[in-house]
Ligand binder design. Sequence first.
Ligand code: URA
Length: 440
Amino acid sequence: MESSDVLTLISQIEQRQTMDLDLLSKFIKSVATRNIDINYVEQWLKAVHSNGISVNETTILTKGMMESGSIIAWEDNSLVVDKHSTGGVGDKMSLMLAPALAACGLKVPMLAGRGLGHTGGTIDKLESINGFNCSLNPQQMQDQVAAIGCCIAAQNAAIAPADGLLYAVRDVTNTIDSIPLITASIISKKAAEGLGSLVLDVKCGQGAFMQSFGDAEALAKSMVGAAQGLGIKTIAQITQMDYPIGRYVGNSLEILGSIEVLNGQGSRDTRELVVLQGAALLVLSGTASDEFAGQVMMNNVLDNGKALAKFKQMCLAQGVSQSDVELLVRQPTKLLGKSKQVTSVHSPSQGYVSAITSMTLAEIARNHGAGRFAMEDTIIPEIGFEIIVERGQAINQGETWIKFHHNVDLTAQEQQSLADCITISSKPNKPKPRLIEIIR
Ligand code: URA
């Protein structure tokens, strides 16, 4: 691409004029083929980051990024669905959602990521299961979905390769936190799955990337606009992310929590979010007549073992041995590794649990190996938290409210931060529902 063309695009963004859309498409092609001077990519990203771009331009950018790599083609994509979450603490929904929706007859070719910042990644969680292979190419994804209804695979260079370069340059130019750039990055990869319907879980609160409602809403609207612009039936659920989700935070511990829910037990909080997302996709895909009918379908497959059976099929198809799969679903703690130490933390007073600071928990877990600071860091699967209490629950002074699974001693500062994570109120308080708003 001629340098004068890139400079034209940059000047249009800076003057808040509509970008020449043909030039924009050319720019993305040059990024995908690495046929462009990186300095121009940096300048273009900085211009978008500082000035923003319109929904229409974001959609063209997203489409170009999607078309830079393989796109899974389905004869009929009306039942092909997926969800994306912007990342929360204890957010393990994908592990249950993909098999549960497959058990309801939908097709879920799920691409997922590794841990980002303080939040865990679905791929890291699955890789804590001995033998689980997340390296599937688009053809292998399609074949597995045709055979059993779902797969969960790691994002790879075949899918939206323009995003790979743009993300790396955003990282070093401090341009990650731009709504149009986040939108195009996320939606281009989801759209490459050839989806008919998509649900976005946009987390909002102190444990989320988007801490204010206004930011979460702006991101939700942008992503819904771009995905709908590409012909995908899409809604966003803005959900509360102050209190950690469910009973477990950490890679192998979240597998354990997911198996509990797939066994028809487990945390009510976790199950409610899975049912909420699943029901929305059943409605969008035309499989359920309304939300209530979708919720009934989701609850049925979680209670009657069909979602668990799909999860077992998915593990087998992705490399886990038959004997390990049986052990995993019957006695998960025997297959998943154990930490060297488990530290119990006690309630400082008597009352009702009114808050737990999920960001602090996530940071302590990350310091001990549950997450990464650099992409090359190795995850320690067994590190994490087991949260004993639920929001609003009555608690006695000295009662254990959380257990930390770790391998090296906690520092004095970490012990203090952990002790400060819980807020106990003297009056009973009713927990707020997770769902704050739906963007259609
Ligand atoms: N996840 C992505 O894949 N891209 C972003 O820009 C942010 C989160």
